[in-house]
Design a protein around this ligand. Structure first.
Ligand code: ZN
Length: 192
């Protein structure tokens, strides 16, 4: 009996110490019948609550897990869906409240998509400029938003190494839009 209790205690301890994705997150990451994930929409009340939430940071242990690889792969397929194509996507848009974004690098040859973990903008540089924006989660609306021309970005790469980079132009605009998603902010909030 005593040994059994110790076993239970050890199992409980193990479960509470696991630094991975939660059961609910895993259900979404591995859920659905297709590779493309469902993109949350502000037109849906429940989705809207998620889109307006603040996302939690990713932890080092998570990036080596299959959940992380699967999530990145499926987010990429989702943002490249020809029926609803985007230039960036944030994890909360597929229902995962973690600080992860994929951005299409228009400032690099071939315009590849890259993933950024726990991204934060540590410096903004002007001038600001108006540009038209839309969002996969905000159907049928596009409007002008004022954004900074240049940003200094701090983030973790896919090996969880800390990186810093200065980004300019349209790619910098995408970063500002996607990082806003991690704090529940949408581009429509800036429209006057
Ligand atoms: Zn968006």
């Amino acid at each position: 009996m005593k040994r059994f209790l110790i076993h239970i205690f050890a199992m409980t301890l193990l479960a509470s110490c696991t630094k991975g994705f939660t059961t609910d997150e895993r259900k979404i990451i591995y859920g659905g019948d297709e590779e493309i994930m469902r993109v949350l929409s502000i037109a849906n009340e429940q989705d809207s609550l998620t889109l307006r939430s603040t996302s939690k940071p990713l932890k080092r242990d998570m990036v080596s897990q299959d959940e992380f690889a699967t999530l990145c792969r499926r987010m990429l397929t989702t943002v490249q869906n020809p029926e609803n194509e985007g230039v960036g996507i944030a994890a909360p848009q597929v229902g995962i409240l973690r600080r992860l974004v994929a951005v299409q690098r228009f400032d690099k040859e071939g315009h590849p998509f890259e993933f950024f973990l726990n991204p934060e903008i540590v410096e903004y540089e002007g001038p600001t400029q108006l540009g038209s924006e839309g969002c996969l989660s905000v159907p049928e609306i596009s409007d002008d938003v004022e954004r900074w021309q240049r940003i200094r970005l701090r983030y973790r790469d896919e090996a969880f190494a800390e990186c810093e980079e200065v980004i300019e132009g349209f790619t910098a605009v995408i970063f500002q839009h996607e990082i806003d998603h991690l704090d529940g902010v949408l581009f429509i909030d800036y429209i006057k």
